[in-house]
Design a protein around this ligand. Structure first.
Ligand code: ATP
Ligand SMILES: O=C(O)[C@@H](O)C(=O)CO
Length: 427
C-alpha cells in the first residue's frame, strides 16, 4: 500500500509551536506532513498525508478564533481530508473566555457532528490526566508555573470544570478506568456520555498506551481535539484502513546551510533554564520590554550584536515571573507581549535579509510572530530534536531552517542541540 496523494488528516492548531509539535507526532508515525502558516488561499504546498494549519488564535477573542478555525477547516475539507484534529496546548492554555470550548463547538457544528474528546495529555513531556485533573510532572497544573503564564494563566487543574466554563454544551469525562478497558471500553463510555447529552468529554490518559487506546477508539470520529499525544494512534488507524503505507522517508528534509540565531520570547520555566544554560557558554543579549516601550533602539542593538559576534547568539526577552509581572504592571500584559513579539519579528526579518538561514525560536506566540515576519507560508516537518519539537524547513525557493519550541519543551541544552540538528555552518 503506498501513501495516497489526497491528505487523510487535517489539523487546525491554535499556535505555531503546537502545530509543529503535532506534526512531529504524525511524522514519527510515518505520515508525510506539511504545516501551512495561517489559512492558505491556494493549494497545499506539497503532497502530504497530513496537513497542519498553524493559526495564532490561542489568545484572540473567541469570535476571531472561531472564524479563523472555521476558515481553516473549510480549506482542509476542500483538500480532501477525511478526519480533523483541533490541536491546543498540553497545558490546556486558554483565556477566561475560551478558546478551546467555543472553537471545538463551532468545528463540531460545521462538521455536523455531535461529539469529540478533549485530551491534552502528553506523558512524554510530563502531562498526564487522571479523573479530569491535569498534572505537569508530579504537580497539578495550577502549581506547575502555568498559574503565572503571561497570557493564559491556568489556575484550575480540573479540566472538566475549565472546559465547561467555556462551553455551551454539556462537558463530561472519559475516566481512566474506561480507558484501561481498551478501545471497546472507551467506545462504551463515549456511547453512554452521548446518550446523556454530553458533546465534549475530557479523556484521561496516563501513558502512551492510553493515548493509543483513545486514538484507536476514535478511528471513526470526524473530529478529535487535544494535544499532540492523542494523535499517536492515528497513523495506525489509517494504516489498518489500507490508506497509509509504511512511509519511512516522512522525516527527510533538504539541508540548509548558513548562519544561525536563537530568539527567545517565552518566559516559561523550561526556557528560563535554557537561557541560563546558554548564557554561561555563548553570547547572549537581553531585550528589555520597558526600553522598547521608551522607544530606545533595542532592535538595532540586537541586530548589530548578532551580526558582529562571529558565532550564533541568543537574543531573549525571557525573564523570571516577578520581572514579567513588574513589566506587565507597567505596560499591560498584552502590550508587553505585543512589543516583544514585534521586536523579535523585526530582528528575525533583518537578520534573514543579512544572510541568517537557521532560526531557533522559543515560545508559541513568539514563533508565530517570527514566522509571520519571515513571510513563511509552509513548513516541511523533519526529525524530532527533543520530545514535541521537530526540525523544520520552509517550503520556498531559498529555504530557511527553523526549530519552533513550545515554551516548556526541550532539555536544558536545547538551543545548542537544535542549532546543530538544523544543520548548516558554524555561524
Ligand atoms: N520580559 C517580558 N515581560 C513581559 N512579557 C514578555 C516578556 N518576555 C516575553 N514576553 C511575552 O510573553 C509571551 C510569551 O508567550 P509565548 O507563547 O511566546 O511563550 P510560551 O507561552 O512560553 O510558549 P508556549 O505558548 O509555546 O507554551 C509573549 O507574548 C512574549 O512577547
Ligand atoms: O501541547 C503543547 O504543550 C505545545 O505543543 C503547545 O501547544 C505549547 O504552545
Amino acid at each position: 500500500m503506498t501513501s495516497s496523494s489526497t491528505p487523510l488528516l487535517g489539523v487546525i492548531a491554535d499556535d505555531s509551536t503546537g502545530a509543529t509539535d503535532l506534526a512531529n507526532t504524525l511524522v514519527r508515525g510515518g505520515m508525510r506532513t506539511v504545516q501551512m502558516i495561517g489559512v492558505p488561499t491556494g493549494a497545499a504546498a506539497a503532497e502530504a498525508d497530513a496537513i497542519v494549519v498553524a493559526l495564532k488564535s490561542r489568545t484572540n477573542p473567541a469570535g476571531e478564533a472561531i472564524e479563523q478555525s472555521l476558515q481553516a477547516l473549510r480549506w482542509l475539507k476542500a483538500q480532501g481530508c477525511r478526519q480533523f484534529f483541533f490541536k491546543y496546548c498540553s497545558t490546556f492554555d486558554s483565556t477566561a473566555d475560551g478558546n478551546i470550548g467555543p472553537v471545538a463547538e463551532a468545528l463540531l457544528d460545521e462538521l455536523g457532528s455531535d461529539f469529540a474528546i478533549a485530551c491534552p495529555a502528553f506523558p512524554e513531556n510530563g502531562r498526564t490526566l487522571c479523573r479530569g485533573y491535569l498534572f505537569v510532572g508530579d504537580v497539578l497544573l495550577n502549581e506547575s508555573g502555568m498559574e503565572n503564564h503571561p497570557l493564559t494563566p491556568m489556575r484550575d487543574p480540573n479540566l472538566v470544570r475549565v472546559l465547561q466554563s467555556q462551553s455551551k454544551s454539556k462537558v463530561g469525562l472519559v475516566r481512566y478506568d474506561a480507558v484501561a478497558k481498551g478501545a471497546d471500553g472507551v467506545r462504551t463510555a463515549i456511547a453512554a456520555l452521548r446518550a446523556d447529552g454530553v458533546r465534549l468529554a475530557i479523556a484521561d490518559a496516563l501513558s502512551d498506551t492510553d493515548l493509543r487506546v483513545l486514538g484507536e477508539a476514535n478511528a471513526d470520529a470526524v473530529l478529535i481535539t487535544g494535544g499532540s499525544g492523542v494523535a499517536l494512534g492515528l497513523p495506525e488507524n489509517f494504516r489498518k484502513a489500507g490508506l497509509l503505507g509504511a512511509a519511512s522517508e516522512a522525516a527527510v528534509l533538504p539541508r540548509v546551510e548558513g548562519p544561525g540565531v536563537v530568539l527567545a520570547g517565552s518566559v516559561s520555566k523550561a526556557t528560563n533554564g535554557q537561557v541560563a544554560h546558554w548564557r554561561e557558554r555563548h553570547p547572549a543579549l537581553r531585550i528589555d520590554p520597558l526600553a522598547l516601550a521608551r522607544g530606545e533602539p533595542v532592535v538595532q542593538q540586537a541586530i548589530d550584536f548578532a551580526l558582529s559576534a562571529g558565532e550564533p547568539v541568543l537574543i531573549y526577552a525571557t525573564a523570571a515571573p516577578d520581572e514579567v509581572k513588574a513589566v506587565q504592571q507597567s505596560l499591560g500584559a498584552n502590550e508587553a507581549g505585543h512589543l516583544v513579539e514585534k521586536a523579535l519579528g523585526e530582528i528575525a526579518r533583518t537578520l534573514h535579509a543579512k544572510g541568517v538561514r537557521r532560526f531557533v525560536v522559543a515560545g508559541g506566540e513568539t514563533s508565530g510572530a517570527v514566522v509571520q515576519a519571515l513571510g513563511v507560508t509552509a513548513l516541511r516537518i523533519g526529525a524530532q530534536i527533543d520530545p514535541g519539537v521537530p526540525a523544520t524547513v520552509t517550503v520556498a525557493d531559498e529555504p530557511v531552517a527553523l526549530a519552533l519550541k513550545s515554551g516548556n519543551f526541550g532539555g536544558v541544552d536545547f538551543f545548542e542541540k537544535a542549532l546543530a540538528q538544523i544543520g548548516g555552518a558554524a555561524r
